[in-house]
Design a protein around this ligand. Structure first.
Ligand SMILES: [Fe+2]
Ligand SMILES: [Fe+2]
Length: 300
């Protein structure tokens, strides 16, 4: 979402060298109705989201656009509409004139598209670039977390909070020195103390930006059921279900990814390890939901 202006309560709350503005007009349950305004002659795209069954509907109120590639494209103008559901690839479009579109979604996406989110994504990219082995870790953790929440039948609103929290759970690693993040040998106690601050740093970056839940959940993503986690040594029911989900998705991804000092475990071994820690570190239903997802996908 390159270049996005966000207006909230008719006030511009943030601005990036931008080509479009997004304005939330109404919201009910999971539905959101937004006004999308684009400047003339700019490239844009509709990208696949990872919400299951997300339906996005666009109605052109003013202006015109060309959807598609150079080879195959279609021009649309005032009064035309289109919608997308479960797309697998990015669909490019270009505005011909200044364009206004009514944008309706079946899942709440407004915050995910907002300018602050855009800044956080930049920060996330920078922190992931510090450590090659965590490349795209956050996206994978988001993907698993959303699917686990879905499997557990959690409501769309919770799933949406999880989507934000899981994506940004490690954004605070940006403040951890590279030497510590990339140290191939065992960390000293002091270095580990430093690493442990990242969940609090992440949470601080999210405070006041989204619902309070997002920051709370992020701060808890390294808490463990038996109280051996950090930063607050929370136990069992003191840990939010969303944080329990992210903990499992995060650990699974860490176990199966290669690191400078070891190669990743095969998925079945990682699941066995997670299962052996049910009740001690991880929530039973969450681990079993992940196992089911991996089975459905033929990974296990
Ligand atoms: Fe983390
Ligand atoms: Fe992580």
């Amino acid at each position: 979402m390159e270049g996005l202006y966000i207006f909230k309560d008719s006030k511009c709350i943030d601005q990036i060298i931008g080509t479009s503005t997004l304005n939330l007009l109404a919201k009910k349950d999971n539905f959101e109705i937004m006004l999308y305004e684009f400047k003339a002659d700019r490239p844009n795209s509709i990208t696949p989201g990872n919400f299951k069954d997300l339906m996005e509907f666009y109605y052109i109120i003013e202006g015109s656009i060309v959807i598609g590639t150079e080879v195959e494209s279609i021009r649309m103008q005032k009064g035309d509409y289109f919608y997308v559901q479960n797309i697998k690839e990015t669909v490019p479009f270009r505005t011909v004139t200044d364009t206004k579109m009514l944008y309706i979604t079946s899942q709440p996406v407004y915050n995910l598209l907002s300018a602050y989110t855009h800044d956080l994504k930049n920060l996330l990219e920078k922190s992931e670039a510090k450590d090659l082995y965590t490349y795209r870790h956050s996206n994978r953790v988001q993907d698993y977390s959303v699917r686990i929440a879905d499997k557990l039948g959690l409501s769309g609103e919770i799933n949406y909070t999880i989507a934000l929290a899981s994506l940004f759970h490690d954004v605070g690693k940006y403040f951890i020195p590279d030497e510590i993040l990339n140290k191939p040998s065992k960390l000293s106690n002091d270095e580990f103390k430093y690493i442990k601050k990242h969940s609090t740093y992440s949470s601080e970056l999210l405070q006041g930006k989204f619902s309070k839940d997002v920051a709370t959940i992020v701060e808890q993503h390294h808490e463990r059921l038996d109280g051996s986690g950090y930063p607050n040594k929370l136990k069992e029911n003191e840990i939010r279900i969303e944080a329990k989900i992210i903990a499992v998705a995060d650990s699974y991804d860490a176990m199966t990814s290669d690191r400078s000092y070891r190669s990743g475990m095969p998925p079945n071994q990682a699941i066995e390890e997670l299962k052996s820690l049910i009740g001690k570190f991880y929530d039973k239903n969450v681990v079993l939901a992940l196992e089911m997802i991996l089975k459905d996908e033929g990974i296990l």
